[in-house]
Structures are given as structure tokens and as C-alpha cells.
Design a protein around this ligand. Structure first.
Ligand SMILES: Nc1ncnc2c1ncn2[C@@H]1O[C@H](COP(=O)(O)OP(=O)(O)OP(=O)(O)O)[C@@H](O)[C@H]1O
Ligand SMILES: [Mg+2]
Length: 367
């Protein structure tokens, strides 16, 4: 089991292209850290630097406390699974998996035992004599994982290993990977731009944008307490509603008014101390699932009913996604299927304790 520390990592391609900016990230032994971010933000660059496929411009990479910047990749005891699987087409599955052992001049008996072991674990024993061209995408992916596993590395790196698979297989393989990690407990760094993959697999998520780390936290932390509007928007589907609201003091306490809406939204107690003074207008974040159907039954202390104009109802099976206008702003709610059946005027219930506030100018979370 191994820990990994990235200290002030910078990577430039030429004088004007900074791809990684001051990355500080400590990955504990046994962690499943997911690097999440949009295309081009530097995820693969960071993973390749950890693997030793290329160097960094400045900063330190430490494996179990030892600086490994100058250690060639074959000596790093780190195994990587690529998006493309990169299997050798002329070799059988068995030969592909044995290859890293062969390179290390491991004895023939140990190679056979190693291949048998991972084949059993990944349930590909019946495929060992096939060539990669005779396998499905999911099977190829298992072989690529097998080839990484057989070395018994201290750290696993995955670069979008599921992105070539169809939606159903992707979900299946995601579960397999999670089970594998639970069984083996190997330190893992996993790159994806799929936020659902990140949420389901990670012990912690590191969110990257334009080469800068935005936030590192457990899935719940980044979801409930996003560091800024970028993180808030990147995580969660349907997307969080971000709406500018004026902070207004009323007889019943501090409230937010969205656009020209008649209903004002009482602000949660936790936010009040932060909003009293400096922030007359904030950007508020409301997750679509913080809405329910309004009107009927008692309204709880933390809930408020608001008048909205429903414009669209999108069924997704168990839930409906409701697109509506509130105070002139277009917003999204996720409700149990069939909760709302008519377009136009409706009443929705909002759980106000879940409200998140951001500084309008910087986008940083308040509180
Ligand atoms: N060898 C290179 N020379 C110059 N620029 C490069 C090189 N490799 C990558 N880049 C640039 O560095 C940035 C980060 O690339 P990287 O491959 O790390 O992104 P990514 O987050 O993995 O994206 P994706 O999700 O599309 O795989 C991009 O703007 C890319 O164009
Ligand atoms: Mg990439």
C-alpha cells in the first residue's frame, strides 16, 4: 500500500502554455481518488506525470515519501490503464497479461500463476487463448486491467478506462471496478470527465479546471459544499440552478429575492452571519431535487411554497424534470414522476436549508 504526494506541480508546454498550475494533492494509501474535469483541463497530463511518461516543469512527486521525479517510469511501481487499452494485437490475452512479468524476467511458472490469478479475479479465464480482435470492448478492458494488476503495483492509474464502452457496459464495469478496489484496497488515481463515475467510485474527488485544482473532497462534500460555481455546476445532473438574488431584510429575517418574484426565500440560519453585511446581491445555488410539489399539506419550518410557471415536463422514468420560471429566471426541478401534470401556474415547495450562496463576482462559496 502506498501514498502519493504531489507538491506544487507545474507543467508548461513552451513559454506560453501552462497546463498544470501549482497542483498540491496528497493521496492516502488505499484511497480511490478521482481526477475530474472538462476536456483539456490537464487530467491526462497529471496522470502521465505521476506515471513518469513525461516530466514536470517544477514541483515534487513523492511515492511513500520518496521523491520520484527522476525515476524512469519502469521503475516507479505504478501501473496505468489507458482509455485505448493499448493491448498488443498479435498476442493472445494470456500473453498480453503476462507481458509486464516477462519484461521483468519473472520465471515462467510465476508468469503462468500470475495470469491464472488475475484471469480468475476478472472472470476472463475462458478468453485466455483469444486475440484482442476477438474480444468485446468490455472484455478488452478487463484484459487491460489484468495486465496492470498482474504486476501487483503499489499504485493504479486509470485514464478514462470506460469511455469506449456503451452506456450499459460502462455502468456494469464501474461496479466491477469498485468491487475490485474494495477487495484489493490499492491506492488508485482515476481520471474521468463523467461526474457520475466520479461520484460513484471516489473516496475523494479532485476537480480540475484549466490546470488549477478547484476543490478536493469526498463526493458528499463537493456536492453539498462546492467551493465555487464551477464545481457546483460540474457536479450533479440535472445541473444546479444558479440564480442571482438580492439579499433583503424583512420582518421575519433575512431573505433573498429572485428577479421580480413575489415570494421571497428565507435564508438558512447558517448563511445569515455571512450575508448581513457585504453581499447585497449573491448568486444562489439550488439543486433540482431541493424542490417538491407545493400546495398540499403543512409547510415545514425549513420549507417555503413558491408560485412558478411550468414550461416543460421531461419524464425520465422514476422522476420528471420540470423546467419552470420563477421571478423571470428559468430553473429546473426534479420531482417524482407524475407530481406535476399541467403546464403554467403551479406551486413548488423549496427546502431552504439546502440553499448555497456564492459571491457574485468571484463565484466562491459563502459560508
Ligand atoms: N505535447 C503537448 N504539447 C502541447 N500541448 C499539449 C501537449 N499535450 C497536451 N497538451 C495540452 O495540454 C492541455 C491538457 O491536456 P490533457 O490531455 O491533459 O487534457 P485532459 O484533461 O486529459 O483532456 P481530455 O478529457 O480531453 O482527455 C490541453 O490544452 C492540450 O492541448
Ligand atoms: Mg485526457
Amino acid at each position: 500500500m502506498s501514498s502519493l504526494a504531489l507538491n506544487q506541480i507545474n507543467k508548461n508546454y513552451g513559454p506560453n502554455l501552462a497546463v498544470l498550475k501549482d497542483i498540491n494533492l496528497h493521496i492516502e494509501s488505499g484511497e480511490f481518488l478521482v481526477l475530474l474535469g472538462p476536456s483539456g483541463c490537464g487530467k491526462s497530463t497529471l496522470l502521465h506525470a505521476i506515471a513518469g511518461l513525461h516530466g514536470v516543469t517544477s514541483g515534487e512527486i513523492r511515492l511513500d515519501g520518496k521523491v520520484i521525479n527522476d525515476l524512469p517510469c519502469q521503475h516507479r511501481d505504478i501501473a496505468m490503464v489507458f482509455q485505448s487499452y493499448a493491448l498488443y494485437p498479435s498476442m493472445t490475452v494470456s500473453q498480453n497479461i503476462a507481458f509486464p512479468l516477462q519484461m521483468r524476467k519473472v520465471s515462467r511458472e510465476k508468469q503462468v500463476a500470475g495470469v491464472q490469478g488475475v484471469a480468475k479475479l476478472l472472470q476472463i479465464e475462458h478468453l485466455l487463448d483469444r486475440k484482442p480482435s476477438q474480444l468485446s470492448g468490455g472484455q478488452r478492458q478487463r484484459v487491460a486491467i489484468g495486465r496492470a494488476l498482474v504486476r501487483e503495483p503499489s499504485i493504479f492509474l486509470f485514464d478514462e478506462p470506460l469511455s469506449n464502452l456503451d452506456a450499459l457496459l460502462r455502468v456494469e464495469m464501474r461496479t466491477e471496478l469498485k468491487k475490485l478496489h474494495q477487495r484489493m484496497g490499492k491506492t488508485t488515481v482515476y481520471v474521468t470527465h463523467d461526474q457520475i463515475e466520479a461520484m460513484t467510485l471516489a473516496t475523494r474527488i479532485a476537480i480540475l479546471d484549466k490546470g488549477t485544482l478547484q476543490q478536493v473532497g469526498t463526493p458528499n462534500e463537493v456536492y453539498d459544499k462546492p467551493a465555487n460555481t464551477f464545481v457546483a455546476t460540474f457536479i450533479g445532473a440535472p445541473r444546479i440552478n444558479l440564480v442571482d438574488g438580492a439579499v433583503v431584510r424583512t420582518a421575519s429575517g433575512l431573505t433573498a429575492r429572485f428577479g421580480n418574484a413575489e415570494d421571497v426565500i428565507p435564508l438558512p440560519a447558517a448563511l445569515v452571519p455571512h450575508l448581513m453585511h457585504a453581499n447585497p446581491v449573491c448568486t444562489f445555488g439550488i439543486r433540482p431535487e431541493n424542490f417538491a410539489v407545493g400546495g398540499a399539506g403543512g409547510v415545514g419550518d425549513n420549507d417555503i411554497d413558491i408560485d412558478v410557471i411550468v414550461e416543460l415536463i421531461e419524464p425520465t422514468g422514476s422522476d420528471d424534470v420540470i423546467i419552470f420560471k420563477f421571478g423571470g429566471n428559468e430553473m429546473t426541478a426534479r420531482l417524482r414522476a407524475g407530481s406535476i401534470t399541467s403546464l403554467g401556474k403551479n406551486r413548488l415547495r423549496l427546502t431552504t436549508t439546502k440553499l448555497i450562496a456564492f459571491i457574485k463576482q468571484s463565484g466562491n462559496r459563502i459560508g
